[in-house]
Design a protein around this ligand. Sequence first.
Ligand code: ZN
Length: 162
Amino acid sequence: MAKLTILKEGEATLRKTCRPVTEITKRTKTLLDDMLETMRHADGVGLAAPQVGVLRRIVVIEVEEGEVLELINPEIIEASGSVSGVEGCLSVPGRQGIVKRPSYVRVRALDRNGVMQTYEGTDLLARCFCHEIDHLDGHLYIDKADKFLYPAEDGEYYDDED
Ligand code: ZN
């Protein structure tokens, strides 16, 4: 496995729409492996292919340690509720934001064997599905954040009013 470079806000690649994966090849599986390693190394809970410069609809998520979700051509097929919560992005270091997301989503995606799977997520996992799938259409959470939080010396994040 190899650690990949994570693109940062301002890179044009992050604003492009990704194409669907039409065939799952050895390269696709290597990319999934490399994305997982890259995400873990960066202490993230989700990573989308455009963040490592690949314009394909591929996402890895690990909200619960050891529970890795690999999503190829993911689609949100159901969403409900609405909740504001803190969100960050490996492509936007140094700040977090408050973003409104559905509290429940159902997602359909191919796994690495080309089998269609359905996943349900609430709270953080629902947020993560939405955030990562947004990346595939060139959207960053900073486009929809209600406000931003910045880290202080103690490592905690504070908003502008504190
Ligand atoms: Zn992100």
